[in-house]
Design a protein around this ligand. Structure first.
Ligand code: CAO
Length: 442
C-alpha cells in the first residue's frame, strides 16, 4: 500500500542554517535508500544528504540557496510495500556516496551515528571536509592516469591539486598512500613555491562592547573565502607595485565617438575594455606576465591564451570572474561581456568555473575614485593591474602646460617571477598603447 512520508534533514553534526547548493532529485524520481537527495555546503564542509529509504519523490520542499538545519522538511516521498521491504525501518543508515576525505587540515566534523537520533530520519549525511584553498596547479593528467593509487587516494590528490605522477609510492608494490600525498603536499607548501612556515602572533580576543555600543555582522561566504585567498596571496607572493600614469586624452575622444556611434545598439565602451585590449598587447610583448609558477616553484608555465580576470564589486563581496580569449574579441565584445558578467556577478549567478583560468587581473576603481592603490596579485597569476580615476592634469608639452586626461595605473606583480625593470617596462608599454590606440592594432 502506498504511504506518503516526510523526509527531514537528519543530524548534520554541529551545523545549522547550512546552505542548499544542489537539489539532486526531482518530483517523480524513484529513489533507493542512500541515493543522494541534496548537497549542503557550509564554509567548513560540503555534505550530501542521502535518502533514508526507497520511494517516489512526491514534492520537494526546499530549493538551492535555502538555509537548513536538522529536522527541516526536505521532501515527501511515496513509499510502497515493495520499497518498504527493501528498507527495513530499523536499518541503520551507512555513510554513502563518497567516503570522507582523510585528514584535511581543518578538524573534520562528522555526523553523529544515525541511530542516536530516534526522531530524526536514519540516513547520515556524507561530510567532506574542505581544505583551505591552495593555489590551483596544473594537474599532469597523463602522469595522474599512470600513477599506482586507489580511487580514494586519486580523489584526495585531486582535491589538494597534487600531481600524483610526481609522487613516489611507499605502499604495497609502490602504491601511493594517503600519507604519501600528504607528505608531497607538505613539501610543496614548505618549498619556495607557495610559502613557508609563516607564523604570526594571534590576535587577542577583545570585548569591544567595553568601549561603546556595537553590532555584530557575520561575514558573507564570499567575504570569508576571499579573505583566505587574499591572505595566502599576500604572504606567499612578494609584492611590488609599480605606479604610472597614462595619457588617455585621445583614447577618451575615441571612446566617446564610439559610444555615440553605437548609441542605438545599446553597446557602451568604458575605459576598462581599452585596458583589456592594452593588456592583450602587453602580454604578447612581455609573455612572462602571462605565466604561473608550477607547484614545485621550479618551473614557469607560459600560457598561450589570454583570459583576463576582472575584479567586480558586488553586494555580497568581491568576485573576480574571468573573461576568456580576450585576444580574439573586439573592443565592443569585451565591453558587452564585462557588462553581462557583472550583471551575473551581482545576481550571484557565477559558477566556480567562471572564476578560473585567469592569466592576469584588472581591478578598476576608476568609476569610484582614488589616485592609486596597491592591488593584491590574484595568484597563481603573477600580476594585477589596478586602475584609479582618470583626471585632467596640466602636462608640460612643447614648452607649455596643456590639459590632458591622465589615468593612474598601479601594477602589482609577484617579484619571484617579474623583475622590477620588467615591471616598469610593462607599465611604460601600457602607457604607449593607451596614449596612442592605433598601437593596439600592431
Ligand atoms: N576614470 C574615470 N572614469 C571612469 C574610470 C576611470 N578609470 N573607469 C570607469 N569610469 C567611469 C565610466 O566611464 C562610467 O562613466 P559613464 O557612466 O559616464 O560612462 C562610470 O565611471 C562607471 O563605470 P563602471 O564602474 O560602471 O564600469 P567599468 O567598466 O569601469 O567597471 C566593473 C566595471 C564591474 C569593473 C566595476 O563596476 C566594478 O565593480 N569596480 C570595482 C572593482 C573592485 O572592487 N576592485 C577592488 C578589488 S580589490 O583589489
Amino acid at each position: 500500500m502506498a504511504n506518503t512520508k516526510d523526509i527531514l534533514v537528519p543530524d548534520i553534526g554541529d551545523f545549522t542554517g547550512v546552505e542548499v547548493i544542489e537539489v539532486l532529485v526531482a518530483v517523480g524520481d524513484t529513489i533507493r535508500p542512500e541515493d543522494p537527495l541534496i548537497s549542503l555546503e557550509s564554509d567548513k564542509a560540503a555534505m550530501e544528504i542521502p535518502s533514508p529509504e526507497a520511494g517516489i519523490v512526491k514534492s520537494i520542499k526546499l530549493k538551492v540557496g535555502d538555509k537548513v538545519s536538522e529536522g527541516d522538511l526536505m521532501l515527501t516521498i511515496e513509499t510502497t510495500a515493495a520499497a518498504a521491504a527493501e528498507t527495513p525501518a530499523d536499518k541503520p543508515a551507512e555513510k554513502s556516496v563518497d567516503k570522507p576525505v582523510p585528514a584535511a587540515p581543518a578538524p573534520a566534523k562528522t555526523a553523529a551515528p544515525a541511530e542516536a537520533k530516534a526522531a530524526a530520519p536514519s540516513a547520515a549525511p556524507t561530510v567532506e571536509t574542505r581544505p583551505p584553498p591552495v593555489a590551483p596547479v596544473n594537474i599532469d593528467e597523463a602522469g595522474f592516469k599512470l600513477a599506482h593509487a586507489s580511487p580514494s587516494v586519486r580523489k584526495f590528490a585531486r582535491e589538494l591539486g597534487a600531481n600524483l605522477g610526481k609522487i613516489t609510492g611507499t605502499g604495497n608494490k609502490g602504491r601511493i598512500t594517503p600519507d604519501d600525498v600528504k607528505a608531497f603536499v607538505k613539501k610543496v607548501l614548505t618549498s619556495g613555491s607557495t610559502g613557508g612556515d609563516f607564523k604570526v602572533a594571534p590576535m587577542p580576543e577583545i570585548d569591544f562592547s567595553q568601549f561603546g555600543a556595537i553590532d555584530i555582522e557575520p561575514l558573507s561566504r564570499i567575504n570569508k573565502l576571499t579573505g583566505q585567498v587574499l591572505h595566502r596571496n599576500w604572504v606567499t607572493a612578494p609584492h611590488v607595485t609599480q605606479f604610472d600614469e597614462a595619457d588617455i586624452t585621445e583614447l577618451e575622444k575615441f571612446r566617446k565617438q564610439l559610444n555615440a556611434e553605437h548609441k542605438g545598439d545599446g553597446a557602451r565602451v568604458t575605459v576598462l575594455a581599452f585596458l583589456m585590449k592594452a593588456l592583450v598587447s602587453a602580454l604578447k610583448e612581455y609573455p612572462r606576465f602571462n605565466s604561473s609558477l608550477d607547484a614545485t616553484g621550479e618551473n614557469l608555465i607560459l600560457k598561450k591564451y589570454v583570459h583576463i580576470g576582472v575584479a567586480m564589486d558586488t553586494p555580497a563581496g568581491l568576485v573576480v570572474p574571468v573573461i576568456r580569449d580576450c585576444d580574439r574579441k573586439s573592443l565592443i565584445e569585451l565591453a558587452n561581456e564585462v557588462v553581462e558578467t557583472s550583471v551575473r556577478a551581482r545576481d550571484k549567478k557565477l559558477s566556480p568555473a567562471d572564476m578560473q583560468g585567469g592569466c592576469i587581473s584588472i581591478s578598476s576603481l576608476g568609476g569610484i575614485g582614488g589616485t592609486a592603490f596597491t592591488p593584491i596579485v590574484n595568484s597563481p597569476e603573477v600580476a594585477i593591474l589596478g586602475v584609479s580615476r582618470a583626471a585632467m592634469k596640466p602636462v608640460y608639452i612643447n614648452d607649455e602646460f596643456v590639459p590632458r586626461l591622465i589615468l593612474p595605473l598601479s601594477l602589482s606583480y609577484d617579484h619571484r617571477v617579474i623583475d622590477g625593470a620588467d615591471g616598469a617596462r610593462f607599465t611604460s608599454f601600457l602607457n604607449k598603447v593607451l596614449s596612442d590606440t592605433r598601437r593596439l592594432l600592431l
